[in-house]
Unconditional design. Structure first.
Length: 350
């Protein structure tokens, strides 16, 4: 693969963004992530050490999952309650994961099967911390990055999650070596590349890594509420979140290669796909255009020939612009959400 035009093109794109990373004004968040490397590794290599795993506590593991501590991955903490439910089993699984004598594919498969919630993102983040020169991270960001530069590997039908990771990790290591950077920096580079190539802007209030959780917190809560309560919503009656082997929540923020689909779902019975997009700060035109692009991508890359692909925009309110746009677009609908928050005094308040 390293001799292919796609690989050389990807190197060129990443090399250019790597140069821009030296200018903190353009990529302040990614720069902070890179600078936090030694601090995070020094703290958590002591925890993810085979000599310490038998004494690993829920508090230690949970602290690693928090963005403010790992300073790199913002979505890991939502899996904490599931993974920490059985501390003994969690320790056993992580011990297997860190046993570098065994084949990595087998370790990934065993670990992710043992602990519910221990998916590829968490497992490979642990591996990066424990073996920063050997294992890269496979999460939605790195997958989206690899897909966007046409380096996503081809998987055979029935390949396990561990075997897939072996292929992904080989590409990550090749890129890091050829760019003369470490795997931690490469992981930050994907985020920068995606923002650069998709022209996504970080709002002015985001000046450092400390601002990320505050700004995206509400949006993240809406994402996670839909995911965790999918079966209780109107959508859950007909649709199920798309899943892949080894990743039951693959449809959550699905990395398409042209952007990340908020929720990708399939019909319970019929050959139908649903692209769910949450309307944020972007314009109505941008939202509708984004849904249509994702529909086209799914039709070309995931759906069978006769499968139906539809879209759904979920917004807090609907302005005239989005109503007019959707009136002229077939296969894209609109739903509104409400957030209710109450404070009340207890009846027996003294």
């Amino acid at each position: 693969m390293r001799d292919t035009a796609e690989y050389q093109n990807a190197l060129g794109i990443l090399s250019q963004i790597l140069v821009k990373l030296e200018e903190k004004d353009e990529f302040p968040v990614e720069q902070d992530i890179i600078k936090a490397r030694d601090q995070v590794l020094n703290r958590y290599q002591n925890i993810f050490n085979t000599q310490h795993i038998d004494r690993l506590t829920k508090e230690e593991f949970h602290s690693f999952l928090l963005f403010r501590n790992n300073q790199h991955w913002s979505g890991l903490q939502r899996y904490s309650p599931k993974m920490c439910k059985d501390t003994k089993r969690l320790r056993e699984a992580i011990k297997i994961l860190l046993d570098d004598i065994e084949n990595i594919a087998k370790r990934i498969d065993t670990t992710t099967d043992m602990v519910f919630g221990m998916g590829r993102a968490v497992a490979t983040a642990i591996l990066l911390v424990a073996y920063p020169k050997k294992y890269g991270v496979w999460n939605n960001t790195s997958e989206e990055g690899l897909k966007s530069v046409d380096l996503w590997p081809k998987f055979e039908r029935g390949e396990t999650l561990g075997n897939k990771y072996e292929k992904v990790n080989e590409i990550l290591n090749n890129l890091a070596n050829d760019l003369n950077i470490d795997l931690w920096t490469l992981d930050a580079l994907w985020w920068a590349m995606i923002r650069e190539t998709s022209h996504k802007e970080i709002p002015d209030i985001i000046e450092s890594i400390d601002d990320i959780e505050h700004h995206f917190g509400l949006e993240r809560h809406l994402h996670e509420f839909l995911l965790d309560n999918w079966d209780k919503t109107e959508l859950g009656k007909e649709w199920e979140i798309y899943s892949e082997e080894g990743n039951e929540e693959a449809g959550y923020e699905y990395p398409s290669g042209i952007g990340r689909i908020d929720i990708l779902a399939r019909h319970h019975k019929d050959p139908r796909w649903l692209i769910v997009e949450l309307k944020r700060e972007q314009t109505s035109d941008a939202t509708v255009g984004q849904v249509l692009r994702y529909m086209g991508w799914v039709k070309s890359n995931l759906a069978e020939t006769n499968d139906d692909v539809t879209g759904l925009v979920i917004a807090r309110k609907a302005d005239d612009k989005i109503k007019y746009a959707l009136n002229m677009v077939e296969g894209v609908n609109l739903m509104l959400y409400e957030v209710k928050f109450y404070l009340r005094t207890p009846k027996n308040n003294p």
